[in-house]
Design a protein around this ligand. Structure first.
Ligand SMILES: Nc1ncnc2c1ncn2[C@@H]1O[C@H](COP(=O)(O)OP(=O)(O)OP(=O)(O)O)[C@@H](O)[C@H]1O
Ligand SMILES: [Mg+2]
Length: 405
């Protein structure tokens, strides 16, 4: 029912039959109920405000997103009901405003909202009725955008890697061969000259080896290599990595505390890649410890669906400024670090369908949690919650279920 029609009806209400009035009122009540049901079922948050910014309606999604009570918040000013939204700065009766915002409670979400003024539809009286605030959850879209940007960055790096491999790798090879030739010639010289020149030669060869290692590491970080997966025991790979690192660990007086799950499913793993990931993580952990040494805890747990492994050090921790860029290539706080270690770890874990999370407190330590899904139990029934029940129409296309983290 159009409001123009209603205005005309009200103007001549005294001439309308009571039965007709009753019929129209019933129709209005039904339409109001229908509109409310539509608003309540929307995924978007809808808030209606009067011209002064007081809430007159809050739908179910809006109350969920902002964690506010849909009944108690009625009559409150927007700034009062949702802290962080400044009504005085937002209200503009002439324009639609669109902004992004972040909500940290009850759940961390990225939101985008529109605040749009509503005017009366009567031509001669276009006064302001109030405002509609429409809120969309863009957390997933943002995450997708970040992932796309990240993969574009990696693609650019891969391209660069091909160039670097060609431009630096080949001359390095040839330098190495020439130095070997030089070495042979030096060996034919008198002993005293040999000693002098050998020092220079060794330095040059050492630097070439270092460059070569950096180049290899760089290529490994950015080349999209598919893991070759076979059923393996991850604890065994961990033990192999620990024995590889044993000399460095004992030299630095680092104690390893193992708390491993007694049961261990076979996981589909690329042994070498996982070893590389453990190596990088353990190296980071012991490098964060003071020169006098310290301890690293390694904890593993097995659930029905995944294996979780935590590497926790009690070292320097990561400052909030550094935390944002630890996965960025070449971002290192170490004198001789390449800043590729964690990038490699994340790529390996993701290629195994897993996940990596890092938690750190400055001067207290860092905890890296990696989880790898079990392929023997790769289907799981999701717990149903009021919010994600999807009615399935047997004739319709299969529904798209949300991914669990
Ligand atoms: N366990 C940790 N404790 C403290 N800081 C850490 C830890 N792990 C990573 N970091 C921080 O993250 C940065 C990036 O780590 P990453 O492993 O990618 O590179 P790197 O260790 O600097 O270099 P490389 O791995 O080549 O030796 C480090 O420079 C360090 O500042
Ligand atoms: Mg490292």
């Amino acid at each position: 029912m159009k409001s123009g029609f209603l205005d005309k009806l009200i103007a001549r209400l005294d001439q309308v039959e009571p039965a007709e009035v009753q019929r129209l009122v019933m129709r209005l009540v039904r339409e109001k109920g229908f509109l409310e049901s539509v608003f309540e079922s929307l995924q978007e948050g809808v808030l209606i405000l009067d011209p002064d910014g007081q809430l007159t309606y809050v739908n179910h999604s809006a109350s969920r997103i902002f964690g506010i009570d849909p009944v108690k918040s009625i009559g409150k000013n927007l700034s009062q009901a949702i802290r962080g939204l400044d009504w005085k700065k937002l209200a503009d009766p002439e324009r639609i405003i669109s902004r992004d915002m972040e909500v940290l409670y009850p759940e961390q979400r990225q939101l985008n909202f529109y605040l749009s003024p509503m005017r009366s539809e009567v031509a001669e009286d276009e006064h302001l009725l109030g405002y509609v605030l429409l809120v969309r959850d863009i957390t997933l879209t943002r995450k997708k955008e970040e992932e796309t940007a990240e993969s574009e960055k990696l693609n650019a790096l891969t391209l660069l890697a091909a160039g670097v491999a060609h431009e630096i790798g080949n001359p390095l090879n040839s330098l190495d061969i020439h130095l070997q030739l030089l070495e042979r010639k030096i060996k034919k010289l008198p002993a005293q000259d040999q000693e002098n020149l050998s020092n220079h030669l060794e330095t040059a060869q050492g630097e070439i080896r270092r460059l070569d290692a950096t180049l290899k590491e760089f290529l490994q970080a950015v080349r999209p290599t598919q893991p070759e997966r076979t059923p393996l025991q991850i604890h065994e790979i961990l033990r192999q990595t620990l024995s590889l690192l044993a000399p460095e660990l004992s030299e630095r007086s680092v104690k390893i505390n193992l708390d491993l799950s007694p049961t261990e499913p076979l996981l589909e793993l690329d042994g070498n890649q996982i070893k590389q990931a453990f190596y990088n993580l353990l190296k980071n952990a012991y490098q964060a410890l003071p020169p006098s040494g310290g301890s690293i805890d390694i904890i593993s747990r097995v659930s029905d669906f995944e294996l979780t492994l935590i590497i926790r050090d009690h070292g320097s921790g990561i400052s909030p400024e550094v935390m944002g860029s630890i996965f960025e290539p070449y971002s290192s706080t170490k004198k001789s670090g390449t800043g590729l270690g964690l990038l490699i770890v994340r790529r390996i874990i993701r290629q195994h369908g897993g996940n990596i999370e890092i938690e750190s407190h400055q001067n207290q330590g860092t905890s890296v949690t990696i989880s790898i899904p079990r392929l023997d139990k790769h289907i799981r029934q999701l717990e149903s919650s009021q919010d994600d029940v999807i009615e399935v129409d047997p004739l319709a296309a299969p529904p798209h279920y949300p991914k669990t983290p």
